[in-house]
Design a protein around this ligand. Sequence first.
Ligand code: NAD
Ligand code: LMR
Length: 338
Amino acid sequence: QPPNSQTEESCVLKRADCRAKGGAPGFKVAILGAAGGIGQPLAMLMKMNPLVSVLHLYDVVNTPGVTADIGHMDTGAVVRGFLGQPQLENALTGMDLVIIPAGVPRKPGMTRDDLFNINAGIVRTLCEGIAKCCPNAIVNLISNPVNSTVPIAAEVFKKAGTYDPKRLLGVTMLDVVRANTFVAEVLGLHPKEVDVPVVGGHAGVTILPLLSQVKPPSSFTPEETENLTKRIQDGGTEVVQAKAGAGSATLSMAYAAVKFADACLRGLRGDAGVVECAFVASEVTELPFFATKVRLGRRGAEEVYQLGPLNEYERVGLERAKKELAESIQKGVSFIRK
Ligand code: NAD
Ligand code: LMR
């Protein structure tokens, strides 16, 4: 325990009391994989989020250092570190939101699916802990391959009898962040003015930007459509290649993860009209999981929106995306059911 733990405890209690009295809400958030390339900047940004009252940082290495460092930031959230499997349950107990960037990243030449063998087991163990210690928490799953790890998490929760499809969200926000950036460049707009829905999944052709639905309404030449779609689909690989063996996107991912987590917390608080894209249990297509816009509320993804009108280019892309997605989803399901 840190020397000032009593003071920290009373801070937490005071904030909890404030929340109970209808004052400013403070949510309890855990980051699993908090000492990693994404985990560290994500922890820093969550410590800056006024909606967070307690921040638990869990990893199998280095959490004491990361916790001491981030704990000195003069923002409201109380930070506690947890190191290694024996401390997983304490890290998870009482959490409202669990964000998972634990697992290995790609190196050049790898696909996200090449990470399956290592990351599937990591996600299973962490989700077993969630089912036991905070079954009502919202889960934001970042670990790749997202198209398979989300079905793995769902199967773990089903097995434990705690599955609520609304509370399990695969994080595809980085695809939207990239799409907004690249489309804004082409349109000559500030990225904040641009909203690009990105649907499907989070790997190669399963990433399907719907350029026909860009806001503000815009038209693109066939060449612009092809170039933008490919750049958005290959955004992760662009970073993996540029980092040349030193990992994949971490800083833009931490930004995207915080943007998404903040939306989930605003939904939990009861804000109206919080809508973001995420990979969730879905009836929008014949597949059991699919990324589309969802409305975030007190129970998680409370509404899953339809795709809306697609043009011919997008219809072809959708069929290709569904084919690959079906296999990735099945691979995740089989990993737990086998
Ligand atoms: P990293 O190797 O820098 O960090 C991963 C962290 O996970 C490490 O600190 C490691 O100790 C920890 N870890 C490993 N096993 C663990 C376990 N059992 N429990 C808890 N923590 C554990 O990797 P990174 O760059 O932070 O990427 C993490 C994951 O996020 C990768 O799978 C990567 O592909 C994925 N990712 C997803 C997106 C997305 O858009 N969804 C974007 C970027 C990266
Ligand atoms: C990304 O899109 O940046 C992540 O999925 C990491 C990767 O392997 O590309």
